[in-house]
Design a protein around this ligand. Sequence first.
Ligand SMILES: *Cc1c(COP(=O)(O)O)cnc(C)c1O
Length: 300
Amino acid sequence: MEVFNQKTTINNPDITLYIKREDLLHPFISGNKFRKLKYNLLQAKANNHHTLLTFGGAFSNHILAVAAAGKEQNFKTIGIIRGEELISKIDENPTLQKAQEFGMQFEFVPRETYRNKNDTAFLEKLKLKHGFFYLIPEGGTNALAIKGCNEILTKEDEDFDYICCAVGTGGTISGIINCSKSSQQVLGFPALKGNFLNEDIRKFTKNNNWELITDYHFGGYGKVSADLIGFINDFKKENDIFLDPIYTGKMVFGVIDLINKNYFPKGSKILLIHTGGLQGIKGMNMLLKNKKQTLIDYYD
Ligand SMILES: *Cc1c(COP(=O)(O)O)cnc(C)c1O
C-alpha cells in the first residue's frame, strides 16, 4: 500500500499535526524494517548469498521482518534468538510463531552468549555451523540500512518544521536527519534508557538539526504503563490508527505531551513518522493479560 501523510486530531488550533503512514508499507516487513532491509537484500543477492542470518529478542519486529522478506525473496533465514528458555515457548509467542511459518530457522542462545553478537569469534563459529550467510546486525542497522531510511522523507515533507520519530538503534532517525532540510528540526524519542545513542547517530549523519528527547521511554525497552495503553486506545478511536506500544506509541505520547506543555512555537507544523511494529501488539497483550491489565484494542 502507498504511504501517505494523514492529518491527526489535536485540540490545539495553533499546531498542525500529520503522521506518515510507513506502517502501511507491508503487513510483516513493517515500516522502517522494510526501509532498512531494502538495500541489504539487493546486496545479498548481488553477492550470491542464499541465506540471511540475524539476531533478535522474543518479540522483535526485525526478526519477523527478516523472516517475511526471506520468504518473499527466496532466502533461507536463520534467527539467533536471545534467551534459551524461549525454545519451549515458540507456540506461545506470536512473533516467533509467525517467523517460523515464514521458514525461519532458530538458534536460541543464552543471554551471555547473545552479548557477543558483534564479535568475530562468535560469528566465525556461526559460519562453521550454518555455512556462508549474509549477516544483518540486530535491529538491522548498518550503512545500507541508513541508505534505505534516507528514502522516508520526500519532497512533500519539506513544509514541516519538526519531524518526530521513535529511536531504537538510531538507524532510522539517521536516515531521516540526512534527508531533512537544515531549517527542519528532527526530534528522536528513544524507546530505551541510556545515553549511548547520540554517539551512534553521529556515526551515521553529519547534520546537527536533531535532538533526542529522553523523557518518554516509560521505564525502558518493552515497558509500558496504563497511561500509555490508554493513550494508544484513545488515539485509535480518534484517528483510526493503531500505534505499537514499544516505539511509535511512546513517541506520539511524547509529542502530544510536549504540545500540551507548549514546547512547540505557535504555528508549528509537525510530522510524526509511524515506523510500524504493529505485529508486536499481540505479544504485548499476552503480557498485559497475564498481569490482568487493560489490553490494547486490536483486531486479529
Ligand atoms: C525497530 C523499530 C524502531 C527503531 O528503529 P531504529 O532504526 O533501530 O532506531 C522504531 N519503530 C519501530 C516500530 C521499530 O520496529
